[in-house]
Design a protein around this ligand. Structure first.
Ligand code: C5P
Length: 336
């Protein structure tokens, strides 16, 4: 019997791009958030050897370049396991799109493999293998609201945002992530400051700060603000405004913005238009996810989210109303 599991997507609640490192990657600072949209992965281990990827979607590679293949290959070696591994991917998420679909598939394949073998890798080994395969796999080993630093693979759980209605628009535009990074470098090199250095506060501070700022603004929790206009995290926020004020402005002020928008929107104005539609439909926060083209909005009510998704679809843009997933929900629903 194959092990069947859900492979949930993520969105980025803000993303800052830092310096280009000597290894060719950029320093990143982002908050990942898992959402309920998902693919389905089936993993089985039988007699023989090798790894087989099955997927009806022609755009998904079936060879050793597939992230599922790469992670399972490493895990089999580390676990000293034998057998023929078959991974079936039922694609429901867009293949290219800022939702971390391929990365999530890989982590689900790893978790499914462990269950099929009845043998688990220690947590640090899982994280090491995930980071070897790609920058945004590790977050799926944490789930919920996750701070990502380093090249995005260095992940820390932060206090979960409560589950919120969310609309994910997936316009049929393929944005190349390496090109978006290169465009960012060009933009920065032409700017007055040169490459930005991301100076990070100590680990504990940066974890707590990001999570609290987000929670405070997205939950509209006025309790968390001091009269001095600072969130409990110590990060400045504008006075007297909860979610009912201008959260976008407040989020931007507190640093929760996605740098990729600066290079992707000018090239694909249709994506900016999607963001504007989401905002116009009442999103408390809307943004490009990763380098796109997925663009999402967070909403106060399921009803508002359903309306916004319908509005986008009327304009010919694929859009789905879903919800964000807290860490406990994420782990519960993976094997449900
Ligand atoms: O790690 P991942 O395979 O997702 O990265 C894809 C590409 O995106 C990298 O080869 C690199 O060009 C770019 N990238 C980057 N900085 C990061 C993450 C990715 O420049 N932090």
């Amino acid at each position: 019997m194959p092990v069947t599991l859900r492979s949930f997507a993520k969105i980025n609640l803000g993303l800052r791009i830092g310096v280009l490192r000597t290894d060719g990657f950029h320093e990143l600072r982002t908050v990942y958030q898992t959402i309920a949209l998902h693919d389905v992965i089936r993993v089985s281990v039988g007699r023989g050897s090798g790894i087989e990827i099955r997927c009806e979607d022609l755009r998904v590679p079936k060879d050793e370049s597939n992230t599922c293949y790469r992670i399972v290959e490493r895990a089999m070696v580390t676990l000293k396991a034998r057998g023929r591994v078959v991974i079936e991917i039922e694609k429901r998420l867009p293949v290219q799109g800022g939702l971390g679909g391929a990365s999530a598939n890989a982590v689900a394949a790893l978790l499914g493999l462990e269950r099929a073998l009845k043998n688990e890798l220690p947590g640090p080994e899982r994280l090491r293998i995930a980071a070897e395969v790609g920058s945004d796999l590790s977050l799926f080993l944490v789930g919920g609201t996750v701070l990502g630093v380093g090249r995005g693979e260095d992940v820390y759980p932060v206090p979960d945002l409560p589950a919120m209605p969310c609309v994910v628009a997936t316009p049929e535009i393929g944005v190349s992530t390496p090109k978006a990074f290169a465009d960012w470098d060009l933009r920065v090199a032409r700017g007055p400051l040169g490459p930005r250095k991301l100076t990070l506060p100590p680990a504990s501070d940066r974890m707590v700060q990001f999570g609290r700022v987000l929670s405070a603004w997205l939950c509209g929790d006025s309790q968390s603000k001091h009269k001095s206009g600072r969130a409990s995290s110590g990060v400045p926020v504008s006075k007297g405004r909860g979610r009912a004020g201008n959260p976008l402005l407040d989020l931007v002020r507190t640093g929760i913005e996605n740098d990729f928008e600066r290079v992707v929107f000018p090239q694909y104005p249709a994506l900016l238009e999607v963001k504007r539609v989401l905002e116009g439909a009442g999103a408390v926060y809307a943004s490009l996810s990763g380098s796109g083209s997925a663009t999402y909005g967070l909403f106060k009510s399921r009803e508002a989210a359903l309306k916004a998704a319908a509005r986008l679809r009327k304009d010919g843009i694929p859009a789905t109303a879903t919800t964000t997933l807290t860490r406990p929900q994420y782990w519960k629903k993976i094997f449900d």
